[in-house]
Structure formats: C-alpha cells, structure tokens
Design a protein around this ligand. Sequence first.
Ligand SMILES: [Zn+2]
Length: 684
Amino acid sequence: MPHPTLPLGLRRALCLAAAALSSLSQAAPTVSRLTPPSELFTSGQPAPVIARFLPGQRFDLQATLRPDAGQRIVSARFSIDGVPVNAPTALHECGTACIKGVPAEAAIATVRALSVSRPGLHQFEVQATQGDRQTVSARGNFEVLPYAPGAGPKVRNLIILLGDGLGIAQRTAARVVRGGYAQGKVIEPLAMDSFPATAFVKTASLDSIVTDSSPGMTAYVLGNKNNNNEEGVFPDDTLDAFDNPRIEYLAEFLHRTQGKALGLVTTAEVFDATPAGNAVHTSNRSAGTGIVDQFFDDRHLTGLSVLMGGGRRWFLPAGTPGSTRAERNDYAFSTTEPHTADLVKRWGAAPGRVDLQRDLLADFQQAGFAYAPDKSTLDAIDPRRADKLLGLFNLSNMNVALDKIDGRRARQHGLTEPSVVDDHGFPDQPMLDEMAAKALAVLQRQSKGFVLMIEGASIDKQAHAMDTERWLLETLEFDRAVKVAQDFAREHGDTLVIVTADHECSGAALIGGSRVSDAELQALAQAGGSENLRDKVVGTYGQAGFPRYTIAADGYPASTNIDRRMLIGYGANADRYEDWRTNPRPLREGGHPFVKQEPLASYPATPMARDADGRYLVTGQVRGTAAAHTGADVPLSAFGPGAWQFVGVIDNTDVFFRLAQAAVQGPPAGPGASSVKPRRRAGP
Ligand SMILES: [Zn+2]
C-alpha cells in the first residue's frame, strides 16, 4: 500500500497502478515443475540440496510451463549460474500426452544430457515467454560433489550385492539358522558379517519414507532419489514412461569415461526393478517389453556384458508359448518430437521400436552373447571363450533357494514325484552363488574392469508372502554369493564389494523360538486356534533358547522343520494363517505365463490359503494379501579398498559418490584404510 501521508489523489493513482501490475503478474505463465528437483523451487529454501551429481555426470533439465488461457508458450531457455546452457531446448506441448491435471496447452521444455564439471552448489533457471510476450522464470539448485584426492590406486571392479528386502532382522535370522549359537556366541558367522566396515543406510525415495525396489536400487547407482516405481529418471508430467528426464547411471558413467563393463545377476526376472535400476531409464518399472529391449539396445551406453536371472517370457516373440511381450509396455521414441529425438541425438540412446515379434534371444546371441537356458548349459560355458553372457533360467522369477535345493535333493535321492521346480517347468536352475561365480569368471576378462550387481531378489518376494523359511534360505543363498564375491576380492585386490539392501520388507521380527518339538507342533496345529498355536508354542526371552539347525553338505538346513524352531513375526503384515511349519509349496507365481494351468493353478494364491486348518489367524495392519516394505534403515557392509568409507548413518545416495570416488580417484585417505587391505594384489 502507498504511504498514508501521501496526497489522496496520488495514493489512489498508485493503488490503481499496483492493481494493474498485480493483474498483469496474474496474467503471466507459470512453472509447475522444474527438474532436477530442488527445495529452492519447491519451498524457496536453498537446503537441503536434493539433486547431486559427479563432475561430468550427465543429466537432463526440464520445466513444465503453463501459459494463460488462450496463450501458448513460444520460447523457453535454461541457464546455469546465469550462463545460458550450451545445448538445444526442446519445447513440446502436452496435447493429450500429459498426466491428469496438466492442461493440453502446457508446454514442456527439455535440455538433454548436460553435465557440469565444476564442483559446488549451482543455481539453474528457466525463463519462458508466452505469445503475448509475458514471461516467467523459476530457479532451482543442485550440487556437484568434488572428489577427494585418492590415497591409493583406483579400484578397478565394483561389486554391489543387493539383498532385496534384507533388513537387520532378516540378516540376524539367517545367521541364527546358518551359523548357530553356543552360549550366546555365533559359531560360524555369515560371510557378510565378516566385512570390516558397516553403515546404516537411510532408504527414503523422492516421494516417500517407504521406498519400493526401483528408487531403492537407483539411489546407489545414480546418486539421486527417484520416485517410487521409477528408475534412472526424474518424474515428469508426460504419460510416456520412457521419455522422462534421465540421470546417468554409475555403469553408464564408468563405461563412457573408463570403458568398464556391466554385469547384472538376479534371481528375479531380469526386467525387475533392481536389475533394471542399473541400466534402464523408465518411469514404469513394470514395462517388461521395453525394459528388456532397452537392456540390449542401449548396451553400448551401459557396457552390459552379463545378464542373468529369470524373465525369459519377455525375450520370446509374441505368439511363442510363454511369451508376454506386449505393445503397451514397449518403447519407441518419436524422432520428430525434439524432446525424444534428443534422447537419441544427445544421449546416444537407441530409438526403440514397437516390435512384438522381436526375437530378443536371437538378438543377444547374434551380438556375441553366450546363452544359457539352464544350469547345465551355464556350467558348460567356458569363460575363456565367452566375454558376454545371457542366462534366462525361468519364464518368470526363478524358483527360490528352498525349492531349488529341494529339487536337487529329490533328484539325488532318485525321487520321481515332481517337485516345485518341476511344476514350474525348470528343474535345472542354478543357485545365485553359481551364477555369481560364472559372472565373475566372464567379467574378469574385461580389461578396464567392471561393475557387477548381484541381487538376492526373493528375500523380499518371500517376505511379502510372509513365507519365513523361503526368505531365510534365500538369505543363505545370497550370503553364499557374498562369499563368492568376497573370495574374488581377496584374489583381486582392486575390487570393492558392498553388500546391502534397498529397503526392509515385512517388518520381520525375530520373536524367539518354538517351545515344542515338530511332532508336538503338528499335533497343536491339528487342535488349532491361537490357544494352541500361539499360547503353547511361542517362546520368548529365555524360552526361545538357541534354535539349532543342522546344515547339510549343500550349505542349507537338512530340514527346516526342526524341534524348537526359530519363530518370526511380521510388523507390516497382511492377514495370514500361521502354523509355523514350513509351507510345502510357495505362493502362486503371478508372473508365470502358465499360472492358470495345472499344476500351478492349484498352488495357494494368498497367505490366507495356507495353514488354514490350524485356524490361527494373525490379522495385519496392511490390507490386501502381502506384507509391505518398511521405512527402517538397512545395514550396508563393505570389503576391499575404500571399504572404510561406508561407516556411520548415511543416505542411500551417498553410496554412489563413495563408489565413484573409489573407481575414479582411488579411495581417499581415512581411518582404517590400512586395516581392510586385501590379502594380496593381483596383476603384474
Ligand atoms: Zn518388495
């Protein structure tokens, strides 16, 4: 308001002018989204800094611009620290291609594949003009983190072991089963427990305290938070799941700058969030067809040389029995729309194609990948002759360790009754440690080193199912893969290994132990009800004692149905019936193309379809049929040069910068640096 001592006429004139100005400013276009995400844009606060990059790491700038009614955005330009960016700005109107709530006349301005080499906090700005020359500008910030001077040689190989859903309770429970306790002391520690450095990791994603597996993985290999269900991208306002603003992955950065190769090994389908969250850029983690195509099409960007897991259904031409390739989840970039054309031009990404009939298995093989459909073939592949490897051991997720081991033992004993792996059609699947060993044997030949991600996927999937013994054995299988990686790092001193999780799953709690023998437990389950299955069984504190599992020569419990077994509860559970005994069959595998046919059709569909005879209903706080992820921190343990960087309570995005530091500059000097030296160094 004008000052009250001014003459009335002048005050009125000034008021009118102010009103005119404010109506003019209302008539300006607005910026409703600015990427990379920042608090400076969202709340006006310069901290915390949300987006952080390595010097030279590539990323996209983007803004959603909304013109006034009847207007169009005619131009937009970005600047960083006041200097116009030296790259073309693509401007495209939404039309019908944007999400609900974003008007058709909104325009999206995008600059692809920028990078900033100067460390420090940077401000960036978008300025846009609509047809009547009204303008708008908005600012955000991001940080480029400097490297510390390297105090040792550069680390050549990075191995990331990702136990999906592997929280502290899962890790402890696996130790109880595998290691055993004597008067409170562990008899044989897990391999991951022998790593010298351990940190707590904060796991929140860009849009939630509870992450799913996509941003849970990508934070480690992007240095940035993604939204749930999104991988390798920042969120945007378009419907296209493959056109989002990209961030360069660790593997892409190290392949581009150092020529390193990438290996991805999982027990899930290979298109699943964790493996894809190392190499594929999409806002839809479920886009199976496009994701597997992009693995192959963009291998020149990622250095992808080893890909192993399940998910063969996406690689088979549509119409082949078992194929689930679908048009709606494929990808194809318009080369006439500048913002997608720039993905091809500036990132060097493949344009993609909607190609249901594509024989992706043949494409991989023609590109020099040795292909293994089962363990026997995998074993027969000579790593001295193969420098690229594709293994697809199931149509959907691989069967879990418990069922694979059961199948192996049944065959050893000459049993003819079909086991779970037979029912799924894949009796000869490798264990994760066997896949890890072969991956390392192949990748070892890479002259510039490699990034290898090894995922124990069904720790999470079986925790969702609240199938205790299945995630327990899955964790033991994962730890055997940890041992393989650790042994490799001992042999090759230039290898840094981390073992961690993307998030906890199910709120698993080590309640204690059963107070009864397995025979008594079966009798109590017949009698049924909580008065029997809870009150007479669940032993807490001193009644739990030390459950003692016998480990067979194959490394897994001879039986999980032991007397006085360990008991696990769930804090993020859906309703389930519980009788504590090992479920003879897993829940129905939803992704299996033949799940509606026998024998899979008669597998239990939900945790309410198991153990119902015991009538002990454990109600949950989570609706639906699956336990949920939780927001608790997860442990991360590290081994090899640079391991000591992984201590304290750190953000999941911090991990990326420490891995990159080790690979680009060598581990920095620091406490404990000498105590984690490998036994001997490889090479000349
Ligand atoms: Zn999960």
